[in-house]
Design a protein around this ligand. Structure first.
Ligand SMILES: NCc1[nH]cc(CCC(=O)O)c1CC(=O)O
Length: 311
């Protein structure tokens, strides 16, 4: 079998993910090498993702190279993948998911979100986290902070904020577990779709046998079932990472339980529901969740968010 070229962004987290995939391939006896590609999302660091327009900022360049055959697979944080891939591309595998929670990282020791007596300024650039904070902890102030984890930590230490709100997966992979001061609950801070897993994207024209080999080596079936449901939910909402929606699949015996919802940008309204169904049709469950969230008032919230972001 030929040597597989793994395309990745050059950030430390992206490289960790690419090496992880390389190791999984090697374990399956497949030789691989890593090709680093610069993306628009990496170059524009001073503008929030929500403003750049999230569509493919981190993925477009990798997709160009997939078509050219300069790389065979593209590795992304599953969370950063838009719900509808452009024509001609598909995700063939999701790697085993890391713990999905959000965490608080701080150089200051304990942080008490519920303590309304002390001013607290949290750094984040995720609309979901800001809106969720506004909903559950309206007294907490937020400031936008972008850049890679190292940059964000430096900005925090320089005084930009008291603490950072981040995905556990990225913090853990970059080796900053010691700075975690609190793990947030999945009930309040239900994660973004796909959080904690790595997605493998290919050009659909890829040789069928090769595709099969790669799926066998890289796909974690249970993760894949959960993420297919979560992504189907996101697809109905046409949400990129700029919209504060969340969903989390869980497997319980032979059932797939999907919890998810949406929160308004000001945090005033938050809808969170759970639907349960068969494991073998995860997409249907995601669509069902979307319909129930819409019916419960989510459609109005979504339309409001979209009109605000498009202004
Ligand atoms: N949006 C950026 C991003 N994309 C993936 C991760 C972390 C790893 C993961 O969730 O898989 C992060 C950082 C964060 O949200 O804290």
């Amino acid at each position: 079998m030929k040597k597989i070229k793994i395309g990745t962004r050059g950030s430390k987290l992206a490289l960790w993910q690419a090496y992880h995939v390389e190791a999984l391939l090697e374990k399956a006896g497949i030789e691989a090498e890593i090709v680093i590609i610069d993306t628009k999302g990496d170059q524009i660091l001073d503008v929030s993702i929500a403003k750049i327009g999230s569509k493919g900022v981190f993925t477009q360049e990798l997709e160009d190279q997939l078509l050219d055959g300069r790389i065979d697979i593209a590795v992304h944080s599953a969370k950063d993948m838009q719900s509808n891939l452009p024509e001609g591309f598909e995700i063939i595998a999701f790697t085993e998911r890391e713990k999905e929670n959000d965490v608080i990282l701080s150089h200051k020791g304990t942080i008490e979100l519920a303590d309304t007596t002390k001013p607290l300024l949290l750094g984040t650039s995720s609309t979901r986290r800001v809106a969720t904070l506004r909903h559950f902890y309206p007294h907490v102030k937020t400031v936008e902070v972008r850049g890679n984890l190292q940059t964000r930590i430096r900005k925090m230490e320089e005084g930009l904020c008291d603490a950072l709100l981040l995905a556990y997966a990225g913090v853990h992979r970059m080796g900053y577990d010691e700075m975690i001061v609190q793990e947030l609950s999945l009930e309040e801070f239900t994660p973004a779709v796909g959080q904690g897993s790595v997605a493998i994207e290919v050009a659909s024209q890829m040789d069928k046998d090769l595709k099969k080999e790669l799926i066998k080596a890289l796909n974690h079936e249970e993760t894949s079932v959960k993420l297919r449901a979560e992504r189907a939910y996101l697809r109905v909402l046409e949400g990129g990472c700029s919209i504060p929606v969340f969903a989390l699949g869980r497997l319980e015996e032979n059932m797939l339980c999907l919890k998810g919802g949406i929160v308004s940008l000001n945090g005033k309204e938050r809808i969170s529901l759970q639907v349960d169904g068969e494991i073998d049709q995860p997409e249907l469950l995601g669509q069902r969740l979307a319909m129930e969230v819409f019916a419960a008032g989510g459609k109005v919230i979504l339309d409001e968010i979209k009109s605000t972001l498009n202004k």
